[in-house]
Design a protein around this ligand. Sequence first.
Ligand code: ZN
Length: 98
Amino acid sequence: MEISEFQKHIKEIYFANDSKRGKEKTFIWLVEEIGELAEEIRKSDKKNKAMEAEFADVFAWLCSEANLYGIEVEKCVIDKYGNGCPKCGKNPCECNIK
Ligand SMILES: [Zn+2]
């Protein structure tokens, strides 16, 4: 399943509920899921099932929020990152890490 297909899949499942909830409350849910991912990362620096589930939740909620704006996540990420780092234009990035 491609990113665009996954986003449509999430739209089929959740768009009605996401629309009722609205953009701001849906965004708050996304931020909560990022917090839950942060907790998993704090617990362990190794991949595990709980961490994978939180990555899944963050991406699903990101797609839900994008659906409310009619934004295609796949198009956005390819437009911005498809040719390498958007700042230096290189792949791998050669920007100074601070
Ligand atoms: Zn760069």
